[in-house]
Design a protein around this ligand. Structure first.
Ligand code: NDP
Length: 453
């Protein structure tokens, strides 16, 4: 008999926490409790990936209507009905949250709709006043968007707010140049909003391959997103039903709404973590070892709250590795190497492995790249260009990185990611027969490097 109420108590009902709780309870038969103060499904399901992707789909019809006319269809497009779409989107999120709740119930996890804080290495205090003890505590509380410190900054929206807007604004300023800024710039532009972006650096999507982010920026500009590099807000205030923004561009402009997409912060405030000896690092992230264990041996943390690689599938894998380690008696370090990912801009960017810039710092490389107008949109008289790029080690011919800017790049990079994770060489890419006619066939037909170093 255990001296604890639970073998495992999970704090946070997002993708990572729910997966760890479910697998521990159903596959290892251990007693699990889970507390969630908000909605089940967390950032991904409720205020991130899922509603964002639905908005990507909704916004992409604008181009498709125009394309369809060029393919011979008689189509009249009207304005986008945000009210109709957002109502359906909210119903879908309710349905998904219901599934998350049911999955937990079916695997025997005891749920608490409450905030939990850490009292000691084996005890959590719930906002209901109850205390629960557990042999192991897993913190999976995720992160939240942050506004920059700026007078009147509270006038700006953050990504959580976008899904709850009563109506679409006529104009919107998006501050930031990362994933969230770029994805929502494309989404809102597609829905008919006049979008401007202010980002403080020289280019959007810091950290991605230079050529790839350059093409995404060019295509966004071409579609009509107002892109302003080296731009920061100096002052903002409410005026005439909108927001007046004075910026480093040397002017004052009115926008209906301002949206801060200026990064996220781990949810570790007022949880009692440092008091029990859990170390917090940069930005308030929980410091963990390769097994997601904190300095307090009974307390583990996974997902965005650890600020390692802030992606849903990574949080899920960290949760699974935690369960294997703690309940499966199989110490499983989390593999953070060669994680494919996509930015759902229009066009999308899919990426896995090293950028050309990072690889060149490491060793001598060959670059295979091509850029072209894809058949489908070229016929529809659109100017869209796509790009495929392989970064190859000169020494052992391994493909170190793959970067794709194209419609459906997210789908393509998932598959290219398998080969690259397996350590495929350029010659093995070449030995693979092309699927014709597709865009992705270019990945196996590029014969001559465009650059070597
Ligand atoms: P990012 O870190 O990607 O981007 C933050 C942006 O805000 C950067 O352009 C940064 O500029 C800028 N910024 C930061 N602070 C300030 C400031 N004080 N003033 C002005 N600009 C500022 O964060 P996001 O919030 O976009 O996304 C968070 C994470 O969520 C991502 O890193 C990713 O892991 C995940 N995500 C993944 C998605 C996907 O897989 N498709 C989609 C959405 C999110 P600078 O670059 O100069 O620092």
């Amino acid at each position: 008999m255990s001296d604890f109420d639970y073998d495992l108590f999970v704090i946070g009902g997002g993708s990572g926490g729910v997966r760890a709780a479910r697998v521990a309870a159903s596959e290892y038969g251990v007693k699990v409790g889970l507390a969630e103060e908000d909605r089940y499904g967390g950032t991904c399901v409720i205020r991130g990936c899922v509603p964002k992707k639905l908005m990507v789909f909704a916004s992409s019809y604008r181009d498709l209507f125009a394309d369809a006319r060029n393919y011979g269809w008689e189509i009249n497009d009207g304005p986008f009905d945000w009210h109709l779409f957002s109502g359906k989107m909210r119903n879908e999120l309710d349905r998904l949250e219901g599934i998350y709740r049911k999955l937990l119930d079916n695997s025997g996890v005891e749920k608490f709709d409450a905030r939990a804080t850490i009292k000691d290495a084996h005890t959590v205090t719930l906002s209901t006043g109850e205390e629960k003890t557990a042999k192991h505590i897993l913190i999976a509380t995720g992160g939240r968007p942050v506004r920059p410190e700026l007078e009147n900054g509270e006038l700006g929206l953050v990504s959580d707010d976008i899904f709850h807007m009563d109506a679409l604004p006529r104009s919107m300023l998006i501050v930031g140049g990362g994933y969230i800024a770029c994805e929502f710039a494309c989404i809102l532009h597609g829905m008919g909003v006049d979008v401007s972006m202010y980002y403080r650096g020289g280019q959007i999507l810091n950290g991605f391959d230079d050529e790839a982010r350059g093409l995404v920026a060019e295509q966004m500009r071409m579609r009509g997103v107002g892109m302003h590099s080296g731009a920061s807000i100096l002052e903002m205030d409410q005026r005439d039903g909108g927001i007046c923004v004075k910026s480093t561009l040397g002017n004052e402009k009115m926008f209906d709404k301002v949206f801060f997409a200026t990064g996220r912060r781990p949810n570790t405030d007022n949880m009692g973590l440092e008091e029990v000896g859990v170390k917090l690092g940069r930005n308030g992230a929980i410091e963990v070892n390769e097994y997601s264990q904190t300095g307090v041996p009974s307390i583990y943390a996974i997902g965005d709250v650890t600020d390692r690689v802030n992606l849903t599938p990574v949080a899920i894998r960290e949760g699974m590795a935690f369960v294997e380690t703690v309940f499966g008696a199989k110490p499983t370090p989390v593999d953070h190497d060669l994680i494919p990912s996509a930015v759902f801009t229009q066009p999308e960017m899919g990426t896995v492995g090293m950028t050309e810039e990072a690889a060149r710092e490491q060793e001598e490389i060959e670059i295979y790249a091509t850029s072209f107008k894809p058949m489908q949109t070229a016929f529809a008289e659109r100017e869209d260009r796509v790009m495929m790029k392989l970064v190859v080690s000169k020494k052992n011919r391994t493909v170190l990185g793959c970067h794709i800017v194209a419609p459906q790049a997210g789908e393509m990079i998932q598959l290219a990611g398998i080969a690259i994770k397996m350590g495929a060489t350029k010659e093995q890419f070449d030995q693979t027969c092309a699927v014709h006619p597709t865009m992705a066939e270019e990945l196996v037909t590029m014969r001559t490097p465009v650059r070597t170093s």
